[in-house]
Ligand binder design. Structure first.
Ligand code: NAD
Length: 322
């Protein structure tokens, strides 16, 4: 039973769902965030819970949490390409200094530490599907390196704290996750397609749309992260849904679910954009007893419904309440 968890980046998309789930399981939660890409709005519905505390803080500076802590979940980092390309130094700093400080907190409190790493550590992979023992194919000076290398460094730092500072650490490599509370303009494919479909704009597929992604509904990812939190396994372990879709197939599916007649247009593919992405989740299944249970169809339907309630279709997809 987790008593008190610190969730860094807890006011972000994934973090807000993690906070919600931990509270539902009876834990006290301290959410630490500087709202760089997240927002207090994502956790506004939790503010009246006595066991929830929101602390505005930049993890790259000094951090302090009073009292006992038995879990530090380190999720703070820009995660969408549009965000980390706009915030390159901030992304490298939170992956390095932020991870250092979060690990220091876990060490001080004798807490379990879990790093939210990413499938992007595999880069543009030369092996398919990706297993945890694959070292990846990352361009260290390409535009995406600010994110990929920050996470690879964070994995190295986490491993060093386990081996030389006796911190109980775990690493999850999260594959593309989607669901309610993604920002409609965060630049990731699913919120972009959903926004475009719901507002009658053309769906912008990059390249010829044959590149693949494996998409995991947020509730499943949260369960995977928390399964790792409850274990003492070092990992790294892949958390993702092996259901693989082409980007064109994804756009067409979202357009159908939104009941939209928007055309699909093809735009330039970003530099170093991975051609394929699919997790091998044998390790997660065998070691954590975890696997995704929400199908792409079901998860995308829920996501489209949520966005339909949030977007003001008359203004081209602005969120109504901001
Ligand atoms: P997000 O941008 O919605 O959330 C990240 C949060 O971190 C934001 O609330 C942001 O304000 C906060 N943050 C950033 N820098 C900070 C700093 N210096 N101090 C304090 N807070 C800071 O992104 P997300 O999709 O929720 O991703 C959460 C984590 O999961 C990230 O570490 C990301 O790398 C990882 N991840 C996500 C996905 C995905 O598909 N969503 C996939 C792989 C990995």
């Amino acid at each position: 039973m987790i008593e008190h968890a610190v969730v860094t980046g807890g006011a972000g998309f994934l973090g807000s769902h993690v906070c919600e789930r931990l509270l539902a399981q009876g834990a006290a939660v301290t959410c630490m965030d500087n709202f760089l890409t997240g927002s207090p709005r994502n956790v506004a519905h939790l503010m009246d819970r006595p066991r929830f505390r929101l602390t505005e803080c930049d993890l790259t500076g000094f951090i302090h949490v009073s009292g006992d802590v038995d879990l530090v979940l380190h999720l703070a980092s820009a995660a969408s390409p549009a965000d980390y390309l706009r915030l390159p130094i901030e992304t490298l700093k939170v992956g390095s200094l932020g991870t250092l400080h979060a690990l220091g907190l876990a060490r001080e409190k004798d807490a379990r530490f879990v790093l939210a790493s990413t499938s992007e550590v595999y880069g543009d992979p030369l092996r398919h599907p990706q297993r945890e023992d694959y070292w990846g194919n990352v361009n260290p000076v390409g535009p995406r390196s600010v994110y990929d290398e920050a996470k690879r460094y964070a994995e190295a730092l986490t491993t060093a704290y386990r081996n030389s500072r006796e911190v109980d650490t775990g690493i999850v490599r999260i594959f593309n996750t989607y669901g309610p509370r993604m920002r409609p303009h965060d630049g990731r494919a699913i919120p972009t397609f959903v926004r475009q479909a719901l507002t009658g704009q053309p769906l912008t597929v990059t390249g010829d749309g044959s590149q693949t992604r494996s998409i995991c509904y947020v509730d499943d990812t949260v369960e995977g992260i928390l399964a790792m939190a409850r274990d003492d396994f070092a990992g790294p372990v892949n958390i993702g849904n092996p259901e693989e879709l082409t980007m064109l197939g994804l756009a067409e599916l979202i357009r159908d679910l939104a009941g939209s007649r928007s055309p699909i247009v093809f735009v330039e593919r970003p530099t170093d954009d991975p051609m394929v992405r699919r997790p091998d989740i044998t390790l997660a299944r065998e070691r954590l007893g975890w696997q995704a249970s929400v199908t792409g169809l079901d998860g995308l339907r829920r996501t489209v419904e949520w966005f339909a309630g949030e977007l003001d279709v008359t203004t081209g997809g602005r969120v109504i309440s901001t």
